[in-house]
Write a new protein. Structure first.
Length: 141
């Protein structure tokens, strides 16, 4: 039962992120991510805690308006949920010094989330950042 609840919390987090990418409002993350969440593998430029994550997501939303989050797999055991996720969008604004290219992009991510008291409290993750940079034309394929 706990594993199913934890999977639903992870699903709600990705759904809130996806909704935020469309609307620019990431407050839905407050319901499922602890304020002091520890991200063991933060993205470049990402600040600490939930507010740091929300600020980074807002940067992504400016660079990739309407970014879509697709959850391909969720696997839970105990207080951990492993997720295989894709982020898809179009590079329509500057991103980390890379001018808008108008190119469609897809970045694959694998996250492991630890959940306590109904909120995500830790994240370990690996994303295909090289593949993203290649799609943006920042590095050769």
């Amino acid at each position: 039962m706990a594993e199913e609840q934890n999977q639903e919390i992870a699903r709600r987090a990705y759904r809130a992120a996806s909704e935020g990418f469309r609307s620019g409002d990431f407050s839905g993350l407050d319901e499922v991510i602890a304020p002091d969440v520890r991200d063991h593998d933060p993205d470049p430029g990402q600040g600490e805690g939930r507010e740091g994550l929300k600020a980074f997501f807002a940067e992504l939303a400016r660079a990739f308006p309407g970014l879509e989050v697709v959850v391909d797999d969720l696997i839970a055991e105990g207080d951990r949920v492993a997720a295989r996720v894709r982020f898809r969008g179009t590079h329509s604004g500057d991103f980390q010094g890379i001018a808008a290219s108008g190119r469609p992009v897809e970045m694959r991510v694998v996250d492991v989330l630890r959940i306590r008291d109904g909120k995500i409290v830790e994240r370990w993750g690996v994303g295909d950042q090289l593949g993203l940079m290649q799609q943006l034309g920042a590095v050769p394929a």
